[in-house]
Design a binder for this molecule. Structure first.
Ligand code: ATP
Ligand code: MG
Length: 705
């Protein structure tokens, strides 16, 4: 165990024989297929470093990764040898955004296309459904977006969506197909794209425009991909198109950690890789360097329950640690109290620094309980990977101002802040102008200016347009590297802070909201300082906006920049992929939550995916793993008994306990894996909520049989 609050000592850059083989294999198709914590990401980093040492130009190396943590580490290590050129390390979505910016015109999109966030997508979906007179109960906006996203992931265009619906498919699908067409039309009219379009359009560019493919593929000599098991068919095509000529394509992944099938990811991509790339060198890694033997054993036991898998061996190399612990709580409030209480105790005892403690949950809503408890106890924490920050109204406002600065014809941005703070442009005026603008085929901004010139506006609206004009004009004179200063001055000039105060329930809320605005301005500052010096201010601001929208783990970046407090991490299992922590608490191990009830309804394959998700969570822990569950959980205001997750029994190796439980009972899991070794803190059972329940919870039972 490490002393608290000390940064981890730099491990010597050593590799075991199999890792060294993967690092040193000459450029060509290379597949590293191996279990959790075996050093796959480390191999990618090592390989980049070696390529550079052997003379490869760093900026002609492309690494695609899913986590900014990995990206940072890669940058730090691979980029050190030459100061100027650095490998291009990014997520697939930001890579595609950059490619599309360079060639959007070929597909009839403006170069300055906007990338919609989820809120804007929902606004459009809602409008489309209203036009189609579809009630929410039949098809809600989020459901429509879901369906559209599935179609897009399968590269199905609006024109073909109807054909994919089976004859006996529900009516909502037919409506969704109609909605898809209108949604896509609306995006095109606005010159905007959504996240899925980024991939779809780049795929179209690379498959249909050979000169574009040659130009883009020609930017790189080597392509490396982390977490390859979660690539979709489209992503795989894009990556292949980039690597086809030089064939230096290294992919690493773990089929047991494939957790994005619902988003179109195909495990087949990784398993069929050698067939698609003749001459592939395949390397398997078997030693887990991350976790204690206790954790590795539990993980192995769990994943062995999956039906279809390519058996892999995972051998622990770390020294022994405590057995995993199971906390059994009465209800969700009790669960949050006990989990955070346990965590706080260990923080006090300096068992780990705060940032080495992670709380993992299955669904985003589950963070509320532990968040509340962490706040109550004054423990600094951070929700990683959630988009909540960007769903904040003030953050969206400020982003809209930035978007206007680079492009006043960005209708969605203008509509958002035309009257923020109020400046005489009522919602009605804006809506009417938008309708007129669409009718005559110009932007909202052009229409407002025309209306002013033709004196078609009321006096207050006129004043409003004039203020907007001054905002837009001031944006054209932003000096290089001065965007953040410009933003701060703008917010002051338009009295945004007093506006927030007026809009907030109390001073505290206004303060928080203002702090979020400040955080954004700081991030812009940092971005400008770090960004490459090519291009003008607009390019740099646009890059910043792309970056913000695309980096799902954005919060991680804010923390990294300066205000370094060690914070507890709170995140969903999906967001935890690729990360590691000394101590991990996984909450809500109950049937219906993990495995999720939707998966239970969808059948065995879906439950297998939930098991892989659970496996990802378990294998994040280095030293201590705690699993918690409630005996009752409230749903729609009603307390219901919950059943322990089947995964608890699989982890402990005692499935028969689960099977043997009477159906109407609330059975207890079989104590910590190998027994509740932590005394009363973690393992102490709490009584079931219903008095007189026959099964006494057995939180501190003895050793595994
Ligand atoms: P995941 O499947 O969860 O993404 P991974 O296979 O990418 O895991 P890494 O994150 O690269 O695994 O490595 C897990 C941990 O083991 C890291 O802390 C890494 O530094 C360490 N590690 C890997 N290989 C070695 C080694 N040969 N010697 C010492 N430590 C190692
Ligand atoms: Mg990894």
């Amino acid at each position: 165990m490490r002393p608290s609050s000390q940064p981890p000592p730099r491990r010597p850059a050593t590799f075991n024989a199999a890792q060294a083989h993967a690092v040193e294999t000459p450029p060509g198709p290379l597949l590293v297929l191996a279990g959790a914590g075996t050093g796959k990401t480390r191999v990618v980093i090592g390989r980049i470093a070696r390529l550079v040492r052997k003379g490869a130009a760093p900026d002609r190396i492309l690494a695609v990764t899913f986590t900014t943590k990995a990206a940072r580490e890669m940058l730090a290590r691979a980029g050190r040898s030459r100061n100027a050129a650095r490998p291009e390390i990014s997520t697939i979505h930001s890579l595609c955004a950059r490619i599309l910016r360079r060639h959007a015109a070929r597909l009839g999109y403006p170069t300055r296309f906007a990338i919609l966030d989820r809120g804007e997508q929902e606004t459009i979906a809602r409008r489309v459904l209203k036009e189609l007179r579809v009630a929410d109960a039949v098809l809600a906006p989020s459901q429509l977006l879901d369906r559209i996203s599935r179609w897009k992931s399968a590269a199905i265009r609006p024109a073909n969506a109807f054909e994919t619906i089976p004859g006996d498919g529900p009516e909502s699908w037919t409506l969704a197909a109609a909605g898809y067409r209108r949604y896509q039309d609306a995006l095109r009219t606005a010159g905007a794209v959504d996240f899925d379009d980024l991939l779809l359009l780049v795929d179209e560019l690379l498959t249909g425009h050979e000169p574009v493919r040659l130009a883009e593929a020609g930017r790189y000599d080597h392509v490396l991909v982390d977490e390859y098991q979660d690539t979709s068919a489209i992503q795989e095509r894009i990556l292949s198109a980039l690597a086809r000529d030089h064939r230096s394509l290294c992919v690493v992944g773990d089929d047991d950690q494939s957790i994005y099938a619902w988003r179109g990811a195909q495990v087949a991509n990784i398993l069929d890789f050698p067939a698609r790339w003749p001459g592939t060198v395949t390397v398997r890694l078997e030693e887990n360097y991350r976790s204690t033997p206790q954790i590795v054993r539990a993980a192995n036991q769990l994943i062995a329950c999956n039906s279809r898998r390519h058996g892999k061996t995972l051998v622990a190399t770390a020294t022994d640690g405590p057995d995993p612990i199971i906390i059994q709580a009465q209800d969700e409030a009790d669960e949050a109290r006990r989990v955070v209480g346990d965590l706080e105790g260990r923080l006090r005892a300096a068992e780990m620094p705060a940032h080495e403690a992670a709380i993992l949950v299955r669904t985003a809503e589950q963070t509320r309980g532990p968040e509340q408890e962490l706040r109550r106890r004054g423990i600094p924490y951070e929700v990683v990977g959630s988009r909540s920050f960007f769903d904040r109204r003030e953050v969206k406002d400020v982003l809209a101002f930035l978007r206007l600065a680079v492009d006043p014809d960005d209708d969605l941005a203008l509509a958002r802040v035309a009257n923020v703070p109020p400046r005489g442009l009522s919602g009605q005026t804006v809506q009417k102008s938008r309708a007129t603008a669409t009718g005559v085929g110009r932007s909202l901004w052009a229409e407002l200016r025309a209306a002013r010139a033709e004196v078609r506006l009321s006096a207050p609206a006129l004043a409003g347009v004039e203020e907007l004009e001054s905002i837009v004009t001031s944006a054209t004179t932003i000096p290089r590297g001065g965007a953040a200063a410009w933003l701060r001055a703008l917010l002051e000039r338009i009295n945004y802070r007093p506006y927030l105060l007026a809009e907030s329930a109390d001073a505290d809320e206004a303060e928080t909201r203002w702090a979020c605005v400040g955080e954004l301005a700081d991030a812009l500052d940092a971005h400008e300082r770090a960004a490459p010096r090519d291009g003008d201010t607009a390019t740099s601001v646009r890059r910043f906006l792309d970056h913000l929208l695309l980096e799902v783990r954005e919060t991680e970046r804010f923390r990294e920049q300066g205000k370094q407090r060690s914070q507890v991490r709170l995140m969903t299992l999906h967001a935890a992929k690729g990360l590691e922590f000394d101590c991990v608490w996984m909450m809500g191990l109950e049937e219906g939550l993990l495995p999720h009830h939707r998966a239970l309804a969808d059948g065995l394959a879906a439950v297998d995916e939930e098991r892989r998700l659970c496996y990802v969570g378990v294998t994040r822990a280095r030293r201590l793993l705690t699993l918690s569950m409630c005996l009752t959980r409230s749903k729609w205001g009603r307390k219901r008994p919950s059943r322990p997750s089947r995964f608890l029994y699989e982890l402990t190796g005692q499935p028969e306990k689960f099977v043997a439980a009477p159906p109407d009972d609330v059975p207890a899991p079989a104590g910590g894996v190998g027994g509740g070794s932590t005394g009363t803190r973690g393992g102490r059972p709490s009584r079931g909520a219903a008095p007189g329940r026959a099964t006494a919870p057995r939180g501190r039972r003895g050793k595994r049989g």
